[in-house]
Design a binder for this molecule. Structure first.
Ligand SMILES: [Zn+2]
Length: 189
C-alpha cells in the first residue's frame, strides 16, 4: 500500500522547516550531499571514539543540513564523513544518534522511499513498522531512538547508509529491475 505525501520516505516529498542546533561559536553550515556513485556511500563507516569539537561540528552540520524542508534523515557519509552518526528531522523533531545499533524491529510497512543521495527516484520498499535503536549522543551519553512509521523507516534507512548500503539495494523483483534501469539511465549513460 502506498500512502502518499505524508508518509513519503526518507527524504520527504513535502516537509517543514524546524529548529536548528547552533555551534558554540554560533555558526552552522549546510553541507553538500554526496550522490549515488560516490565511493564514500559504499564504505562502511567507522565507530566514533572521540567526543570532541570535531564531532560537535559534524552533528551541528548534519542537523542543519537535515533541517531543510523535504529532508527526514541524513547519515554522516552522505556529507563525506565516514563515521557512524546520523541526524533525523521527523515531525518537527530534529536530533542525532552516534554509534547507533538497531535493538529491535516489529511489524511491516510498505511505502515509497527515497534518498537525498539519489534525488528524484522513489520506490516502494517494505520496512519494519517499529524500530528501536540505541547509541549515544554527541557527548557520549546513552541515547535511545524509537518509533513507528516514518521514524522507524528513517532509522532503518540511515543504518543502511552507515553500513555502506543504499535503499535501492534492498529492493526486490520488478521494482528492483526498474530501479536499476532508472539508475543506469540517470548515472551511467
Ligand atoms: Zn539516504
Amino acid at each position: 500500500m502506498m500512502i502518499g505525501l505524508t508518509a513519503a520516505g526518507f527524504c520527504r516529498k513535502a516537509g517543514r522547516t524546524s529548529g536548528r542546533l547552533l555551534r558554540q561559536d554560533g555558526t552552522v553550515s549546510e553541507r553538500p550531499i554526496r550522490l549515488f556513485g560516490d565511493p564514500v556511500l559504499r564504505t562502511p563507516c567507522d565507530a566514533v571514539d572521540k567526543f570532541d569539537e570535531a564531532l560537535a561540528s559534524l552533528v551541528a552540520d548534519l542537523e542543519e543540513t537535515v533541517s531543510l524542508p523535504g529532508r527526514a534523515g541524513l547519515a554522516a557519509n552522505q556529507i563525506g564523513v565516514s563515521l557512524r552518526v546520523f541526524a533525523y528531522n521527523i515531525d518537527g523533531q530534529i536530533g542525532h544518534l552516534v554509534n547507533p545499533v538497531i535493538e529491535a524491529t516489529e511489524g511491516e510497512q510498505e511505502d515509497d522511499e527515497g534518498c537525498l543521495s539519489i534525488p528524484g527516484l522513489w520506490y516502494p520498499l517494505l520496512r519494519a513498522q517499529h524500530a528501536r535503536a540505541t547509541g549515544v549522543d554527541r557527548f557520549g551519553q546513552p541515547a535511545v531512538l524509537e518509533g513507528e512509521g516514518l521514524l522507524a523507516r528513517c532509522i532503518q534507512h540511515e543504518m543502511d547508509h552507515l553500513n555502506g548500503r543504499l535503499f535501492v539495494d534492498c529492493l526486490t523483483g520488478s521494482v528492483r529491475k526498474q530501479a536499476m534501469r532508472d539508475l543506469r539511465e540517470r548515472y551511467i549513460s
